[in-house]
Design a protein around this ligand. Structure first.
Ligand SMILES: Nc1ncnc2c1ncn2[C@@H]1O[C@H](COP(=O)(O)OP(=O)(O)OP(=O)(O)O)[C@@H](O)[C@H]1O
Ligand SMILES: [Mg+2]
Length: 212
């Protein structure tokens, strides 16, 4: 089993959206997947309640100390991919999730306020001794400005953190899909959001050598 932590300082950066898309793609690819929703707001869990399909299963868990036990249980239950969705501004939770992770994803919007939180994120992954497994990903990139994305990538490089070679642009299909308990590839299979989500999942399978 592989474990992926999705962390970030800023609220609304796209953590839950990324987690749910990866989880649904993995299930679709034949990998039994579970999500631990550690955010008291419970957005991922509410998505699961709206969803008709029984997978990927989302379980709420607020206690960071329970994570190692839950990771073991998931592994013995035949889960192939465990995703941990964390709240923003919660260092203890993010740290606990990072410590268990094979890979860490940090979605950020390409804005000054979001990018400047990467210093704190970098400290967290260093404390967890996972700096070499933490990837920053651009999220909600405007579709009408190349400059914004390029400058965002430069800022990320300035933090010395690797960049995921796939971006999520700001697209209505992501938001509509979430509202329906779906993901973009399920909501609008031919759309660009679907393409991005599939590409992100493909990248992840390569990085983790995941096979369905
Ligand atoms: N790429 C995108 N395009 C359009 N809307 C998006 C995109 N990503 C996320 N959103 C929307 O932005 C809002 C915040 O996204 P999301 O809940 O995934 O962020 P988060 O980092 O998990 O937030 P929180 O810190 O509150 O948990 C949601 O309403 C979501 O539907
Ligand atoms: Mg969230």
């Amino acid at each position: 089993m592989k474990t992926v932590a999705i962390i970030g300082q800023k609220g609304g950066s796209g953590k839950s959206t990324v987690a749910l898309h990866l989880a649904a793609c993995a299930e679709q690819g034949g990998i039994s997947t579970a999500i631990l929703d550690m955010d008291p707001q419970g957005s991922a869990h509410r998505w699961f309640e709206r969803r008709e399909a029984p997978t990927p299963e989302v379980q709420r868990e607020m206690d960071a100390d329970a994570l190692p036990k839950l990771q073991k249980a998931a592994s013995s239950n035949g889960i192939g991919l465990l995703l941990i969705d964390t709240p923003g501004k919660a260092e203890t939770t993010a740290l606990a999730a990072c410590e268990m992770a094979d890979l860490i994803l940090v979605p950020v919007r390409p804005t000054q306020f979001d990018l400047e939180t990467l210093g704190t994120v970098k400290r967290t992954v260093r404390i967890a001794e996972r700096a070499d497994r933490a990837w920053v990903m651009l999220s909600q990139v405007p579709t009408n400005s190349r400059k914004v994305a390029v400058e965002g990538e430069e800022a990320i490089a300035g933090y010395g953190m690797p960049l995921v070679p796939v971006r999520f642009h700001s697209r209505a299909d992501y938001a509509y899909a979430m509202t329906e308990g779906l993901t973009a590839p399920e909501y609008a299979p031919e759309g660009k959001a679907s393409e991005e989500a599939t590409a992100l999942y493909r990248w992840l399978t390569n990085e983790l050598r995941l096979n369905g």
